[in-house]
Every structure is written in C-alpha cells, then in structure tokens.
Design a protein around this ligand. Structure first.
Ligand SMILES: [Zn+2]
Length: 254
C-alpha cells in the first residue's frame, strides 16, 4: 500500500465540480465519491482495506454517463502498477476462466450462421476467450491495450467482441473509434458493459462503480446510443449488460 502515498497520488488533478461529459459534451456535475479500493467484490461481501484515496465521479445531466477523471493522466505503467497488478484477480476472480468460458459459448452461438468470419476479441486480456473460440473452429484473434508485447491487429474484422472493456477506458470515444476502425462495413460489435439507467438515492453504492476494478466510465443505454450514433452505428440492447452495435444486418445475423 506504500505506493498510494507517493507522488502519483499527491499530484492528482484538483477536483472540479462540473466537468464536460466525455460522450455528449453536456455538463456533468459531481455525482459522488468513493475510496479507491471499492471493488466489485463488495457485492459478495468481500471488502478491501480503505486506502484513504478519494475517487470522484461525475454524472452527465443529459446522457447519464457516470465517469471519473481521476485516471485521465495515468500512463499504461500506472494502470499496471495500481489496478491491473497481481492483486487484480482478487477483485475480479471470474476474469481468469469463468467469464471467458461463458463468453465463448455465447459467441459460438451468436455467430453460428456465419461462415469463416474473421473475429477479434478487443480487450481480450489473457487471450483465454480467443483460445476457446479457435478450439471451436473460429478464425479468432485477440488484442488487449494493456498487453505489452501484443502487436496491434491488422486488417478488418467481421465480428468484434468487447466484453467488459468500455467501463475500463478513460476515453470512451477514442476507444470506440479504435474498435470500430477494425470492423468492416457489415461488421458487428458485440459488447458487454453494465448500463446504469436508473440511479438510486445512494447511487455511489452501485457495485459496478468500482475504481479498484478499473471501472472508470459507466454508461446508460442513452450514452451508448449517443456515442455509437456519432460513428454512424445503431445499438441494440439484449439486456442491461449485453449490447450490439452495427450499421446494417449482415446475412449471418438472423
Ligand atoms: Zn453525456
């Protein structure tokens, strides 16, 4: 925990009461504050010791985006040191096996009518999901921005999955633009991120607002729609967690 007392934290930017929404540019007043160590595991009754480091979140008056600017100045090294470190598995135990296995089943079913689709798992972490897809005969590729040695994907893809990715970015528009830039004209982006469309009076208690998990941008259905519409895409919501962005329905999607 010593690292929390070092200059990185002390030099963080002053808190501003009203920021500009990172999706729609409308005013986003201060929404609440939580400790850096708030994690998604709190919903399972597991609490990390508090760090004393406050992380402030803002919420857009217009599209409902909830976000913090606390990590805007962080380098990849900062993220690897403080969030995606050896202890990350403690706050996201499903990340290793359980989630990739479930998502592989989901994707294999989702693209079952496609023939030889070129698929990319964007933000694919340990690459487990892609290994499972390849075992299933899929032309699967994986790329993760936090992967030091990974070469950027080349060419375009028919299908891109981005599971639990968007909540981790401090730059939602840039991240989406980068992912959509890898999609071909009739391609489909399947993404998961939990939308928070109805906030309670104690909204900061929402389990998904979890800085220790790297959850720094939380969406509403409206903010997803606004963001993708800016790139000419429409969004279909299967539920609060699973969404699909596309321009035209490809023949295999029916
Ligand atoms: Zn907004």
């Amino acid at each position: 925990m010593e690292s929390y007392a070092n200059g990185k934290w002390n030099s963080r930017a002053p808190v501003v009461r009203i920021l500009t929404c990172k999706v729609c540019n409308e005013p986003a007043p201060l929404y609440g504050v939580t400790d850096f160590n708030k994690s998604c595991e709190e919903r399972r009754g597991r609490y990390l010791p508090l760090t004393g480091v406050p992380v402030y979140y803002h919420r857009c008056d217009s599209c409902g985006l909830i976000f913090t600017s606390a990590f805007d100045h962080w380098s990849k090294g900062d993220y690897l040191q403080h969030i995606y470190n050896d202890d990350y598995v403690l706050v996201d135990p499903d990340y290793i096996d359980t989630r990739p296995a479930g998502n592989a089943v989901l994707i294999l079913d989702f693209i079952k009518k496609g023939h030889a689709l070129r698929c990319l798992d964007y933000g694919g972490g340990n690459g487990k999901l892609t290994s499972l897809l390849r075992e299933g005969g899929v032309d699967g590729h994986s790329w993760d921005p936090m992967d030091e040695g990974g070469a950027s994907p080349s060419g375009s893809f028919d299908f891109i999955s981005a599971f639990e990715v968007l909540e981790h970015t401090p730059e939602p528009l840039a991240t989406i633009q980068r992912a959509l830039g890898l999609l071909n004209g009739r391609g489909v982006l399947l993404l998961s991120t939990l939308t928070i469309d109805h906030v309670s009076p104690r909204g900061m208690d929402n389990w998904y607002i979890a800085p220790r998990n790297g959850h720094i941008t939380l969406y509403t259905r409206r903010s997803l729609q606004t963001m993708f519409a800016g790139f000419g895409y429409r969004v279909h919501h299967f539920n609060d967690n699973l969404h699909m962005a596309l321009k035209d329905d490809p023949s295999w999607l029916s």
